[in-house]
Write a protein that binds this ligand. Sequence first.
Ligand code: GLA
Length: 670
Amino acid sequence: MTGPRIPIAPDGRLLFGGDYNPEQWPEEVWTEDVRLVKEAGVTSVTLGVFSWAKLEPRPGAREFGWLDRLMDLMHAHGIGVVLATPTSAPPPWLGRLHPETLPRDENGQTVWWGSRQQFAHSSSVYRRFAAAITEDLAQRYGHHPALRMWHINNEYCTFDYGDEAARAFRDWLRRRYRTLDAVNEAWGTAFWSQHVETWEDVIPPRRAQYMRNPTQVLDFRRFTSDALLECFVAERDIVRRHSPAHIPVTTNFMPFWTGQDAWTWARQEDVVSVDMYPDPRDPLGGQYNAMIGDMTRGQAGGAPWMVMEQAAGPVNWRGVNHPKPHGLNRLWSLQSVARGADAICYFQWRQSRQGAEKFHSGMVDHAGEEGRVFAEVKRIGAELALLEGEVAGTGVTADVAVLHDWESWWAGSQDGRPSTHVVYEDVVRTWHRGLWEAGLTADFAHPEHDLSGYRVVVVPQLYLLSDAAVDNLLAYARGGGSVVCGFFSGVADSDDRVRAGGMDARLRELFGIRTVHEWWPLDPGQTVDCGEFTGSLWSEELTAAPDAEVVAAYRGGELDGLPAVLRRGSARYLSTLPEPSALRTLLADVAAEAGVRPPLSGLPAGVEAVRRGDVLFLLHHGTGDVVVELPSDEGPLRDLLTGTEHSGSVPLGRYGVVALRAARGGDRAA
Ligand code: GLA
C-alpha cells in the first residue's frame, strides 16, 4: 500500500455515475435527470467541477442556493454526490482583477481566461481565493448526507513559467540542493557557460535560443508536479477538516500523462482515480484500457481504484471522433471492474448543448433516453449491481510488475538524445501489450517500491535510475526474482548525468554486459534481423561478459554477431525492441520459467482473462464468436451477469463478457 486508503464502496455498492453539470440546464431538466439517473442505476453524480463562477459570481460573493437544492434533491432520491472543489476553472474576474493568477507559457505569453485551468499554481492570490471557496464549500456540505467523496480540482495540468513560479522554483531548488554550488553541480552548468552566480540567475526553462539545460528542465518538471501537488494538499486538508473521516478525497489523473508524478500524488490521496479515453478505433484500445487500469491499481497500492471519467460515446478532441460501437462501452467498463475498479464514472451525465464540449458524448446524449448510448448505460448500471456483491473491495492478483517512473520519462524524453523516434509511452505500451497478449496480469510499480511480492519484474525502459532504484533492482534479483530489461535503461543518475561506462556498472554486471560501446538507433520502419525475430527502434553495440548467454544475436550489418538479447541467470537485457509476437513469446517464457501462470491459458486471440477476488472475468475484445475452454479441474462456473452455469467451455460473442465464479449451493437458478 502506498498510503492510507478509504474504501470507495463501504456499503458494498460500486459507484456508477458521472460528472453532472446541472448548472447548464433549467431546473425542470433536473427532475428528468433524477428519473433517468434512477432508471440507469446511477449511484452517484459528481457536482461542481467547473462551478466557481456560479458559486462566486463576484469576489467574495457566495451563491449556494442552487447547490443546496441539488444536494438535497440527490439525497432525497438516494443518489450520492462526489462533490468537487471548483478551483480548476477560476472565474474571469479573478484574472481581470489579479492578472498574476494567470499562468505564463514558455514564451512569456499570458494564458487567458476563456477556457479553463487558467491558474498559476504558485500564485499566492490564486491559492488564497481557492482556499476560501473550498473552505466555505466544505463547511456547508462536509456533513451533508448525500456526500460520498471529495473531488479536488480537475486534471491538474498547468505549467507556469511566470515570475511567481520562478520564485517558487528557486525555493524548491533551495530545499532540494541547499546551495547554488550544488545546483551548478547537479545541472552541469560548466557546459555552455551556464554557471549561475546568484539565485536571480535561476529561472524556469523559458524559451531559449537552442537546446536547454536538461537537468534544469528535469527539475522544473519535478517542481511543477510538486507545486500542483501543494495546491491539491491544501484543498484536501480543508475538506478533510470539515468532513467525517470515512469521506475519501481524490483528484482525477489524466491517463499516463507526463505532467504529474502520479506515484507521489497517489500517496496523498484516499482514493486514486483516473480518466480513461481509449480510442474506439484503436484495435488495441482494450490493451490501453487494461494498461491504464494496471497503472492506476499500482498507484493505489493494489486497493480498488476509480474510473472518474470515460466517454459513453465519442470524445470531441481527436481529429476524427468515433462513437463506441455497440457493446464497447460495456466491455471496457467491465474490464476496469475486472482490473480492480470500484467506481465506473463518465464525463458526463447529460451531453451539453452549448460550449466547447457540445459534441462530446454523455451518458444521456442528444438523442436522449431513446438513444442507443443510454440503453447501454442502463445495461451497465444493472450489471454492476449484479457484480458488486462479489467484487467490491476485492483485489487483483498479479505476479508480474512493470516498472515505470515519471522522472525517467522526463529525463529521457528531452531534446538532444540519440533518437526522437523512441517515445517512452509507446515503448511502455508495447511491453504491456506483450504481457497482455501473453495473458499475464501485471501491476505497475515504481522502481523503488518493494518488489519482493513479484516473480517477474519488467523494465520497458528506465533511462534514469536513482542509486536507490538500482539497489532495489539488484536486491530483488539477488532474492531470486526474474528481471527483463529493455534498451536505454540505467543510463543516467538522478541528475541526468550519464553513468560511467554508458550504463550503471552494477546493472551491466547483473545482465552480463561487459561493455556498452555505442547505441545504434534505427530509423522509422527500419528493422534489424535478430535471427528468430526482427527488432525495431534501437540496437546496441555491446559485448557480453564471459558468463553471459547470448540468447539472440544481430545478423548482418554493423552489429553482426553482437547480442540482441543477453541473459545472465534470471536477468535478461534486450538491446532492441522485438516485434510484438516475439516480445509476447519472450515474456511468456520468462513467466513460465518463473512459475507464473496466466489466470487461464489457451485463450482464443482477443480474449482477456483476469481474476479479481473469486471471480474470473473473460473479456472478448473481438467481434466474432469464440469458445473459451474452461479449466477441467474446476466444477461448474456461474456467470454472475446472467446466472448461467458453464462447465467445460463458455461461448463469447461480439465484445462478450462473463464473470465466472464457482457455483454454490445457494445460487438461484438462471
Ligand atoms: C477531461 C476533463 C473533462 C472533459 C473530458 C472530455 O477528462 O476532465 O472535464 O473535458 O476531458 O473528454
